[in-house]
Design a protein. Structure first.
Length: 431
């Protein structure tokens, strides 16, 4: 047996009656911390396939416990807790804190007691603590919980690009930092309702005195609560976290302004108006005018997603090396007017701004410097809203508009609009 390995051979699985048990010798290197010759653990199943899987967890739990003792960590609460959960799982029961075990129906409680094996004629202490929830919850601090959160939520970032991962992590990091700076980096089990109300009061003061947006405060509450609840749930800590019911009332959300068609034609498209903007940023900006695509969607187009040699030139918005905003965001958009002319300048895409968050800053700074903002609130993204408004005023079919924007279509769909239909619709509003 390799030290630290979890290989379990079928010869170690013994069918006793109708239930499989794991029988393995205690490795010599662990005799100093466990005087048993052999480990016997009932796996609580008559399925050999399931027994094999459970046996891995059971043996891994024993190895972890022995290693902890060898390392002088026999009082390591985290190690004990993880070991207890694995042992409980192997017995076919869910690990619960002792306070919750005490509230179980008598039949469920008896099942846990009966699952405790014997060691030298006495109830096995480790199994008893696991079955009855008598293992202390590890005192994870808030910052430690955040590190656990990253490991527990790897599935949520598998399809995200590096920049998308950064933007996904940052608000959670900010929420944790705000709380720990105000309160402290205390164990999550010790967070009180007063702590959370103090956090809310601090944000309310910032909203009232500093003019901060209530929505920003609410994002902090949501992200902070999500981190702690995810760790609590997936690590089965059984804590009662006081993180709900904190949201502030939000006023009417401000909609982004849109560039008027006249401003686009006379200012943005005036001869030389955009010449000082680098060719990739300029092409993306002009590409937005007649596609309504998000800047990030255009910036991350790969060469094969820009189809110019076609009866109906178009772009394909697809999850290539990054995650789209929603499942509806995958779509094809025809290229017409100034957007088609611009895309011909960068047929291989935009390597400078691919997965690069600086695009908006570069473009908006240029608009400001050259007096090209219709109002101080106008930004490059406003072109998307201008495009949508032109489609609405031209009374373009709602289904076609939803397809072009990657929005959810409320009614049942019967086939997708064809490229020629989409092109015809865009030519009506093209600039």
């Amino acid at each position: 047996m390799e030290r630290g390995g979890v290989v379990v051979k079928d010869k170690n699985l013994i069918l006793r009656g109708s239930t499989y048990s794991l029988k393995r010798r205690v490795p010599v290197e662990y005799h100093s911390v466990d005087d048993r010759e052999t480990v016997w653990v009932s796996l609580g199943t008559d399925s050999l396939v399931l027994a094999r899987e459970k046996a891995k967890d059971v043996w891994n739990a024993h190895l972890a416990g022995w290693e902890a003792r060898l390392a002088g960590k026999s009082d390591d609460a985290t190690q004990h807790f993880e070991t207890a959960k694995a042992l409980a799982d192997a017995k076919g029961i869910q690990y619960l804190p002792v306070t919750q075990v005490a509230d179980l129906p008598i039949d469920d409680l008896l099942k846990r007691v009966e699952a405790i094996g014997l060691h030298r004629g006495e109830p096995d202490t480790a199994q008893a603590r696991a079955a009855l929830g008598a293992v202390d919850v590890p005192k994870l601090t808030i910052s430690e919980a955040l590190e656990e959160y990253w490991d527990l939520t790897k599935d949520r970032i598998m399809e995200k690009s590096p920049d998308q991962v950064r933007r996904w992590k940052n608000p959670r990091i900010k929420a944790v930092k705000n709380f720990t700076t105000l309160i402290s980096d205390k164990p999550i089990a010790e967070i009180t309702r007063d702590d959370m109300l103090a956090f809310r009061a601090w944000w309310l003061m910032r909203v009232e005195v500093e003019g901060r947006d209530a929505g920003t405060a609410n994002k902090d509450f949501i992200h902070f609560g999500s981190v702690l609840k995810t760790v609590n749930d997936l690590k089965r800590l059984g804590l009662n976290l006081p993180v709900d019911g904190l949201l502030l009332a939000e006023g009417k959300k401000k909609s982004r302004p849109q560039f008027t068609t006249d401003w686009i034609k006379t200012k943005l498209l005036a001869p030389g108006a955009l010449d000082g903007l680098d060719i990739e940023a300029r092409t993306i900006f002009l590409g937005m005018i007649n596609t309504g695509a998000r800047p990030s969607e255009l910036a991350n187009l790969q060469p094969e997603q820009i189809i110019l040699d076609h009866d109906y030139p178009h772009i394909l918005i697809a999850p290539v090396s990054r995650q789209l905003k929603s499942k509806n965001a995958e779509r094809m958009i025809p290229l017409v007017g100034v957007s088609l002319d611009a895309m011909k300048q960068c047929p291989c895409g935009f390597p400078t701004y691919r997965d690069n968050p600086t695009l908006s800053d570069v473009t908006n700074a240029y608009l400001t410097k050259n007096g090209l903002r219709e109002t101080p609130q106008h930004v490059a993204y406003s072109l998307r809203h201008s495009f949508e408004e032109r489609l609405r005023r031209a009374k373009i079919d709602e289904r076609l508009r939803a397809e072009l924007f990657g929005h959810t279509y409320a009614r049942e769909k019967y086939g997708a609009p064809k490229l020629d239909e989409l092109t015809e619709a865009l030519q009506v509003v093209a600039i």
